[in-house]
Design a protein. Structure first.
Ligand code: KG4
Ligand code: ZN
Length: 355
């Protein structure tokens, strides 16, 4: 079984070809970072136009690299949401058109499901597993029970973690996207120099909050001597920020691990903690979560960094999983700007995030 996957929900235009034996035959990603850089963040209209310009070329390139023709495809999958609607429409329309012409099923994939199932592509994991999904638009802990079957154990009540990284980077003049820049600057900084808050730490649930941390970063910058920020101050603040984020993630995930353990009492042993989404590319965060998992007797899995940030392979793989279960969509599918993985989860107060 071979599936073409298309991802256009944010600022990456991506297409990939994946086979059901977990081989990635092609994985092409074009970042629009340069288009958005002058604005210091993603501009939806700019993104939609860029996707339109890039999509045909990138699909062609992916097919060429895979060395197959459209007739060799068993289905075409595209991110159907959540995300910036202009971009999602471009991907969905392209996938539907190819599927209609080749006469194979079209599959609308929830972008978050793409992130959630990546560990099955990379590590061949069995269900169920515990997932920490941390990206530019989301910060959630989920019990992944099967394809399309998710229980949300915790979520952010305000900002997503990637957003907090991006805003911190912006305040420090580190540019966009901020996550990798903050991670790098933190390497030469002193984690103990600034006392930043650990929001929600110690609470019994598995929810997150990052707006207070962001505010404290701003106040700390304002408290520094006037004039241009010094390289060491930037490094120390990034290191302190990393430290706070790692502490919070471990504290919240530790609670979710206990909930997960109670949910699946007779487990498929051993149980596994997976981290996915763009922020999962952050090496110190991975290391801390791996240590937590081992302390709790859990296995740990994290996809390689290029499959943590947005990509087409995760959409193609989720397409394969759905195709195997007969879960295809018809051409009347409408792109969904919002699309929660667990529709039964109560909405967290103030959760202004994408899903
Ligand atoms: O999953 P993703 O590519 O797009 C969304 O679905 O949101 O995640 C993008 C987010 C951005 O906020 C980016 O700053 C963050 O992931 N990110 C990182 C790192 N690489 C990307 N955050 C921290 N450390 C990184 N190395
Ligand atoms: Zn994503």
């Amino acid at each position: 079984m071979i599936v073409l996957g298309i991802e256009t929900s944010c600022d990456e235009t991506a297409a990939a070809v994946v086979a059901d034996d977990r081989r990635i035959l092609a994985d092409e990603v074009l970042s629009q970072i340069e288009d958005h850089r002058p604005f210091g963040g993603i501009v939806p209209e700019v993104a939609a136009r860029a996707h339109l310009d890039l999509i045909d070329g990138i699909v062609e390139r992916a097919m060429e690299k895979a060395g197959i023709g459209f007739q060799d495809l068993d289905a075409v999958a595209a991110t159907g949401g959540p995300g910036l609607i202009g971009g999602v429409l471009v991907g969905v329309m392209t996938a539907k058109s190819i599927a209609a012409v080749v006469d194979v099923p079209f599959i609308a994939v929830n972008h978050l499901e793409g992130h959630a199932l990546t560990a099955r592509l990379t590590d061949g994991l069995d269900f169920p597993y515990l997932l920490l999904l941390v990206s530019g638009g989301h910060c959630q802990l989920l019990a992944v029970e099967g394809v399309g079957r998710y229980k949300r154990l915790g979520t952010t009540i305000d900002d997503a973690l990637g957003e907090a990284f991006d805003k911190t980077a912006k305040m420090l003049g580190l540019g966009f996207p901020g996550g990798p820049a903050v991670e790098k600057a933190a390497l030469s900084g002193d984690r103990k120099r600034f006392d930043l808050p650990r929001p929600m730490k110690g609470r019994l649930n598995a929810d997150f909050s990052f707006s207070g941390l962001k505010t404290k970063v701003r106040q700390t910058i304002e408290g520094l001597p006037e004039g241009p920020l010094q390289t060491q101050d930037i490094a120390d603040l990034c290191a302190s920020f990393q430290g706070a984020v790692e502490d919070v993630l471990c504290d919240r995930t530790a609670n979710a691990i206990e909930t997960f353990r109670a949910m699946f009492r007779e487990p498929v042993t051993p149980q596994t903690l997976v981290v996915a989404g763009g922020v999962a590319a952050n090496m110190p965060i991975r290391a801390r979560l791996e240590a937590l998992a081992s302390e709790k007797g859990f296995q740990f899995a994290a996809p390689p960094a290029n499959l943590c940030t947005d990509n087409g392979a995760m959409i193609a793989w989720a397409g394969i999983e759905r195709l195997q279960l007969g879960m295809t969509d018809d051409l009347t599918f409408k792109a969904r700007p919002r699309w929660p993985l667990d529709p039964d989860a109560p909405s967290a107060i103030g959760a202004g995030v994408k899903a």
